[in-house]
Design a protein around this ligand. Structure first.
Ligand SMILES: Cc1cc2nc3c(=O)[nH]c(=O)nc-3n(C[C@H](O)[C@H](O)[C@H](O)COP(=O)(O)O)c2cc1C
Length: 324
């Protein structure tokens, strides 16, 4: 059994965390990850305060295990934060703060509610800022990840962050879909991993089956960093690009971002309709480069168990056997 400091800190048997993902995490997925021995985290950007409250109640009905709630700091709303604090999640997982935001107050209020504070960062200075503001766990998110990302890849980023924020535990996010990724993250000094894309290709994920199939069929070489999805949704993230599949929607507007700005409302409406209908050519499909490692849809429990088993075999077998 692989056991790290993060297991004790968060009260979970396996050092595997589900990243909170706006429209891709709802109660069934969050609870499934927690019930499988990881930490499920609920993304909140698709909810308002009332629907968030309902979703949290639904998680409680499905699991008595620890789980997290994710908040995007640049667009945090007081009523959503209040619902989060009332829920007293094991973890409040923050991400994407504006440079001028004071993290300390948010972190303190989460601590006062009995929550551990996790903060996701794509650069070392942001990780240091969170550590100084009192975070308990730092997530080092590499640019390989799906969704909104920075520019640094996990391989250099994780050891740099581990050193910079030591002794705070660091989770590695981005590009991890199997036990090889977990073993590599541990070798880099991380205490565990945070996954998004792998958990989207599960029956429990709330995305359209065609979207899941697109992840399975992707060879991982077909994603691109782009601003087009954000321009279409008229939501500007502070300093982030979005990693999405280079599908017809992205090809159509590449190099004509000005036109997306000009027609954002209509294009945003079309993209949302395409997504709901499972039209994968005309929707915005966010997923990571690790889609190239995912070749089947399998249950959350299988995902977690397979990752642990494979990582253990690599560490005890192949790596051990290299030492002479
Ligand atoms: C569709 C999608 C939506 C995401 N939404 C959020 C979000 O709302 N908040 C957040 O902190 N991270 C979000 N992320 C990033 C994940 O938390 C995580 O860092 C990333 O998925 C890890 O990389 P991987 O997809 O290669 O596993 C999102 C990722 C994806 C793929």
């Amino acid at each position: 059994m692989i056991h790290t400091r993060i297991c004790d800190l968060l009260g979970i048997p396996h050092p595997i965390v589900l990243g909170g993902m706006g429209t891709a995490t709802t109660a069934p997925l969050v609870a499934a990850v927690s019930n499988a021995g990881g930490l499920g985290t609920l993304g909140t950007s698709a909810f308002n305060a009332a629907t968030l409250e309902t979703e949290v109640a639904s998680i409680h009905e499905r699991t008595d295990k620890p789980f997290g709630i994710n908040l995007l700091l640049f667009q945090i709303q007081e009523d959503m934060f209040a619902v989060t604090l009332r829920a007293r999640p094991a973890v409040t997982a923050f991400a994407w703060a504006r440079k001028d935001q004071d993290l300390r107050d948010y972190f303190q209020r989460a601590h006062d509610a009995g929550s551990k504070v996790m903060h996701m960062a794509g650069e070392v200075p942001e990780a240091l800022r969170a550590a100084e503001a009192g975070a308990d766990v730092i997530v080092a998110q590499g640019t390989e990840a799906g969704g909104h990302v920075g520019w640094m890849a996990s391989l250099p980023l994780v050891p740099m962050m581990v050193k910079a924020v030591s002794p705070l535990p660091v989770l590695c996010a981005g590009g991890i879909a199997d036990g090889r990724g977990l073993a590599a993250a541990l070798a880099l000094g991380a205490e565990g991993v945070l996954l998004g894309t792998r958990f989207m290709a599960t029956p429990e994920a709330p995305i359209h089956p065609n979207y899941k199939q697109a992840i399975v069929e992707s060879d991982g070489h077909d994603t691109v960093l782009t601003e087009i999805p954000d321009l279409a949704s008229q939501r500007v993230w502070p300093g982030a690009m979005s990693r999405a599949q280079r599908n017809q929607f992205i090809e159509r507007w590449s190099g004509r971002e000005w036109a997306v700005r000009q027609n954002a409302r209509e294009i945003g409406r079309q993209v949302a309709a395409a997504r709901a209908a499972g039209d994968i050519d005309n929707a915005s499909l966010s997923f990571g480069q690790d889609a190239g490692l995912i070749d089947s849809i399998k249950s959350v429990r299988e995902v977690v168990q397979d990752i642990i088993k494979e990582a253990e075999e690599i560490i005890k077998g192949r790596l051990q056997g290299l030492i002479r």
